[in-house]
Design a protein around this ligand. Structure first.
Ligand SMILES: [Zn+2]
Length: 362
């Protein structure tokens, strides 16, 4: 009734066929070569002269279907360990250890081994290793993003630890990017982590952002947020913006194309001193945790090409009332200085003084 991969490998290749009984979407995201898909219900005729080897994800749900095929007169068997077992033995780019490590997401139909390879080949830059960057970086490292850049010039202080969970008491006085790198490599030594122990500036932004596929704006000041936006728009790079204050958070994703950018909505860097900053307003760490986690999720969805991104819409949460809403920005702002009809910002370095940071530290 059940065959192992070893037993199957001893059989002539033209003597059997694989039948995949997982969901259609799981099948589409990766299956055993030449396997046919069957939903277990529809009438389908299999070749009578071949052995039918049925598999599901772990090799258990397929057992009743093997019985069903046997009753119909087929020489049917169950694949021991299912698709998961086959993956371990047949995934060229992913090691056994990687398959084990990412098991809970590889079995998701929307991820599969193909998706895991996409994550492994992806490069994500996180600008800011603070309240937002901490959860974003940890979840992206956990998910197996192959290359993570983490950027921050600050040093860890004891008052950071209430929300900046990638650091710990032992890292106080250490550079945040370096401290974050240590934590990420402890979590996952299969990935590459590049630490940038300085701030993003008009001078270095284009060169660094250009090396990555997706950018996470986990910065705490408007100058850096506008700099990230303007460089990403000019370089046609997708990025995820977020902001948190007190019990509230908001997050939005930009991808090049018809949807609005951060500057379309916020227009100009506020005058210094006109907007309350975080050290004055305060923040609950868990709120930064929620929003930073959403940023990681947006990056993962973008890389996998699944689901709906927060493009043209901003997700807003009030952590006190637990009210959430989506603010929609269906079209670009035609007066936007970087992506509007008559863009004025064409060169970042020429406007360097505008992006110079003189605000608080989150
Ligand atoms: Zn714009």
């Amino acid at each position: 009734m059940e065959l192992t991969l070893q037993q199957i490998s001893a059989m002539p290749e033209d003597s059997y066929i694989y039948v995949d009984v997982r969901s259609e979407i799981a099948y589409q995201h990766g299956h055993i070569a030449n396997a046919v898909h069957w939903n277990g219900v529809d009438k389908i005729t299999f070749p009578e002269n071949k052995r039918i080897i049925v598999y599901c994800t772990y090799g258990e749900n397929s057992i009743p279907l093997v019985g069903k095929l046997k009753k119909s007169g087929y020489d049917a068997y169950n694949l021991s360990g299912g698709y998961r077992e086959w993956l371990v033995h047949n995934s060229e780019e992913l090691s056994d250890e990687e398959i084990n490590r990412y098991d809970r997401q590889i079995i998701l139909p929307q991820v599969g081994s193909d998706g895991q390879r996409k994550l492994k080949n992806a490069k994500v830059l996180i600008i800011g290793a603070g309240g937002l960057g901490s959860p974003a970086a940890l979840y992206l490292a956990g998910a197996g993003i192959g290359t993570i850049g983490i950027m921050d010039a600050d040093t860890v202080s004891i008052s950071n630890l209430q929300r900046q969970i990638i650091h710990n008491t032992e890292n106080v006085n250490q550079n945040k990017a370096e401290s974050a790198k240590l934590a990420l490599q402890k979590l996952n030594n299969k990935i590459t982590v590049n630490a940038y122990s300085y701030f993003l500036t008009a001078e270095n932004a284009e060169e660094i952002i250009n090396k990555y596929d997706f950018i996470i704006d986990a910065a705490d000041n408007f100058e850096t947020k506008f700099l990230i936006n303007d460089v990403c728009v000019l370089q046609k790079k997708p990025f995820c913006y977020a902001g948190v204050m007190r019990f509230e958070g908001q997050v939005m994703t930009y991808v090049p194309g018809k949807y609005p950018c951060y500057r379309c909505i916020f227009e100009e860097i506020p005058e210094s001193g006109t907007v309350t900053n975080c050290s004055q307003a305060g923040i609950i760490g868990a709120v930064a945790g929620i929003i930073g986690s959403i940023q990681a999720l947006e990056a993962i969805k973008y890389i996998l090409g699944i689901g709906e991104l927060l493009i043209g819409k901003m997700f807003i949460i009030d952590g006190l009332s637990m009210e959430t809403r989506i603010a929609r920005f269906a079209v670009k702002n035609k007066n936007c200085k970087v992506c509007g009809e008559k863009p004025l910002i064409k060169n970042i370095k020429d406007n360097a003084e505008k992006y110079a940071v003189n605000v608080c530290k989150l």
